[in-house]
Design a protein around this ligand. Structure first.
Ligand SMILES: [Cu+2]
Length: 242
């Protein structure tokens, strides 16, 4: 149902949507039951000619069962939610599948920059490709990301993946996703991080392997490679002694 509004583009998006719907369904059911009983009782015991108010201290078992039985049912619902939530949490946050590709995501006031591994598929080598506001990945591959921030707390949010992870200065936070279809989708910052927070947007481009290889080939030449140090100039000849 949620996927009508926001596509599901990661392998775990459907699990998270299921959890949201489960919580909405159970909470919504009890909300309507509680409101229905409330309005029914308001109507049934409305002011009437000759009616008298009665004092009840709430200790009679005939009265307390109206609290204790719903309480038990709701506790069962809570246990159901916790069981499913832990299952999804373990699958998304407590497992780290072997990655096909590792990227570094730098969140900074107020932009996203990305470091791709380049043709050797290793980060922090001379062929890395650095981009601003655009992350490229291959469809169907497991991508491990490393989130870093040089300034304040940000949050790496990709709605189509149902992924949101805080980026904390001083830490390199790892996570993963596995894409299910090609396309170009929003990345946003989901943590108020200063005056330019609203402008902190980027795109993730999910491509077929051939297109990704073309992009790597086209960009590796312009990758930010530190220039080789210039050869030292020859020292001027010492003046001949007079
Ligand atoms: Cu931010």
């Amino acid at each position: 149902m949620i996927s009508y509004a926001v596509e599901q583009v990661s392998t775990y998006a459907k699990d998270i949507d299921f959890l949201i719907l489960l919580i909405c369904g159970l909470v919504g059911f009890w909300f309507f039951v509680a409101e229905g009983v409330l309005f029914f009782l308001i109507f049934k015991y409305r002011a009437k000619e000759g009616g008298k108010a009665a004092y009840m201290d709430g200790t009679d078992p005939k009265h307390t069962r109206f609290i204790s039985w719903p309480h038990r049912f709701i506790l069962i619902c809570d246990v159901v939610i916790v069981v499913f939530a832990v299952k999804v949490w373990m699958g998304v946050k407590q497992t780290m599948p072997a990655p096909d590709q590792t990227v570094r995501v730098v969140a900074q006031q107020w932009s996203w920059s990305f470091q791709h591994p380049g043709p050797d598929n290793k980060l922090d080598t001379a062929d890395d490709i650095k981009t601003l506001d655009e992350l490229h990945v291959v469809v169907g591959q497991t991508v491990q990301f490393e989130l870093v921030s040089p300034d304040v707390i940000h949050s790496f949010s990709v709605p189509v993946f149902r992924l949101k992870q805080d980026v904390i200065p001083g830490r390199a936070i790892k996570g993963w996703f596995k894409t299910t279809q090609t396309g170009s989708y929003d990345i946003q910052c989901a943590e108020i991080c200063g005056i330019g927070h609203g402008a902190m947007v980027a795109r993730i481009v999910i491509e077929q392997p051939e297109r990704y290889a073309e992009w790597v080939a086209a960009n590796v030449a312009t990758a930010t490679v530190p220039p080789a140090p210039a050869a030292p100039a020859p020292a001027p000849a010492a003046p001949a002694p007079k």
